[in-house]
Design a protein around this ligand. Structure first.
Ligand SMILES: C[S@@+](CC[C@H](N)C(=O)[O-])C[C@H]1O[C@@H](n2cnc3c(N)ncnc32)[C@H](O)[C@@H]1O
Length: 215
């Protein structure tokens, strides 16, 4: 077990109104990750792992665009929801498992690409470092890694939280109680990927996004 609050995520992914929320998300959300899609297509990548897949929003898009999709999440409820959404939409998928990103149950160099949207920012810095090492382990040499980190907004700053010794915010009340958010910056993300070839980096959409080559 990791210390990244799987109870919190199980609670989130087990709410009774989740199916309606998922339906709503798909009705309003267009695919907003064109850059990674272009890179994967250009490089003829076929297999992708959605790391911290949640209810499978991006896994579904990657399946739709013809990739062989696998995934994992620390929450069993999320993994079940992701498998269900892929099945309901008649997409074939590879393996979806319950795993922490700090100890991923996939073998070394299994995937052409790994995609992790808004996951590594929900844990303490030391876990995010372990997570990145694990993502690199399961990605083929020369494979592609996509990471994104939410930039904290006014609400993130305002809601009641404690600041942990490494600078992470741990929320203490309401429906975020137990959630961790680390205030990443372009510099902290550049530090994570130091020494790798960065193919794309953008900080203009409320997120820090980076795509790099695993070499
Ligand atoms: C903000 S949600 C993002 C979900 C999905 N990637 C998306 O963009 O729709 C964060 C996800 O990270 C998962 N998560 C949190 N800590 C994790 C860990 N240590 N290992 C794997 N997944 C984790 C949560 O269960 C949740 O599904």
């Amino acid at each position: 077990m990791s210390d990244t609050k799987e109870e919190y995520w199980d609670f989130i992914w087990n709410q009774p109104d989740l199916p309606e929320k998922i339906k709503f998300a798909f009705s309003v959300k267009n695919f907003d990750k064109q850059k990674i899609l272009d890179i994967l297509k250009k490089e003829n990548k076929k297999t992708i792992c959605d790391a911290g897949c949640g209810f499978g929003m991006y896994a579904l898009y990657f399946a739709k665009y013809g990739f062989q999709v696998s995934g994992f999440d620390v929450s069993q409820k999320a993994v079940t929801a992701a498998q269900k959404i892929l099945q309901e939409n008649n997409f074939l998928f590879d393996s979806f498992v319950v795993s922490s990103i700090t100890d991923i149950h996939f073998k070394d160099h299994r995937f052409d690409a790994v995609f992790s949207n808004s996951v590594l920012d929900h844990m303490m810095l030391c876990d995010a470092q372990k997570g990145i090492a694990e993502l690199e382990r399961i990605t083929k040499e020369d494979g592609i890694i996509y990471l994104s980190f939410d930039i904290l907004d006014e609400e993130d700053e305002r809601l009641p939280h404690e600041i942990l010794p490494d600078g992470s915010y741990q929320y203490t009340q309401g429906n975020r109680s137990g959630m961790i958010l680390y205030p990443h910056t372009e510099e902290s993300v550049r530090e994570f990927v130091k020494g790798h070839e960065i193919l794309f980096m953008d900080c203009s959409n409320g997120q820090i996004e980076v795509i790099y080559r695993n070499r």
